[in-house]
Design a protein around this ligand. Structure first.
Ligand SMILES: [Fe+2]
Length: 242
């Protein structure tokens, strides 16, 4: 009787062990499939974001590879002052899509080869809020990404838009991005002026510490300037090859 019970117990234990092994294997396979599907989805999403950024650039003439360059500059600066943004794909997509709201701005304003009048300027400034609204249903942009889109024209001294935030009230991703965006704007052609030199851009950025820009981000720019310059040359080299 005791032996029979022991045998029964052994068989049950062995069976349970096999089941557990099978379950572990099944779980591993399921996790692999899930991981593969997630990577596919992320790849598709990334391609869509890049395509959208490029579509915008074809409308906002003269900006070339602006979105891609500012993404790289912003990541370089974030590495120094806000490393938490580096692992945040929302922030990175926000860097790429920061000006997506310009899709709603008429070409006559967007490509005007001269200074904007007050009405045109007010219209242009709506691109931050329009962009945020356009992307508000995209879950992967929630958080740092949407904050970059809304707040990338705020100024450290509180004279920016759309909310006139000042200092640390401005989301850090937007503070980092503002320097990256200005650096790229100053060193590339715009509809209303030709590209300026890197040296002039550096001087302006440094002189705007604590006014337009977060002084810590400006300090990071000074520290990382050579790496950013190399990135610019790399982009210019690629453009020359294309
Ligand atoms: Fe903008």
């Amino acid at each position: 009787m005791g032996v029979t019970l022991f045998r029964r117990g052994s068989q049950t234990d062995a069976e349970a062990e096999r089941q557990a092994e099978l379950s572990a294997e099944d779980l591993r396979v399921l996790l692999e499939i899930e991981r593969g599907q997630r990577l596919l989805l992320e790849g598709a999403y990334e391609s869509t974001v890049v395509a959208l950024a490029r579509a915008l650039e074809s409308k906002d003439s003269g900006t070339g590879a602006h979105s891609e360059r500012v993404r790289q500059y912003a990541l370089g600066l974030a590495d120094a002052v806000a490393p938490e943004l580096l692992g945040d794909t929302s922030a990175e997509h926000g860097f790429l899509l920061h000006d997506v709201g310009k899709i709603g701005i008429p070409d006559s304003v967007l490509r005007k080869p001269g200074p904007l009048d007050p009405d045109e300027r007010r219209l242009m400034e709506t691109h931050t809020l329009v962009g945020e609204r356009m992307l508000s249903d995209v879950m992967l942009l929630h958080g740092a990404g949407l904050k970059v889109v809304r707040s990338h024209h705020e100024r450290w001294d509180g004279r920016g838009y759309p909310d006139r935030l000042a200092g640390d009230e401005i989301p850090v991703g937007a503070r980092v991005f503002a320097v990256a965006d200005t650096l790229d704007a100053l060193t590339n052609d715009r509809p209303y002026r030709a590209a300026g030199s890197w040296k002039d851009a550096r001087e302006l950025i440094v002189s705007e510490a604590s006014q337009q820009f977060d002084p810590e981000v400006v300090e990071a720019f000074r520290e990382r300037e050579q790496a950013l310059r190399s990135l610019q040359r790399e982009f210019a080299g690629n453009a020359a090859l294309n």
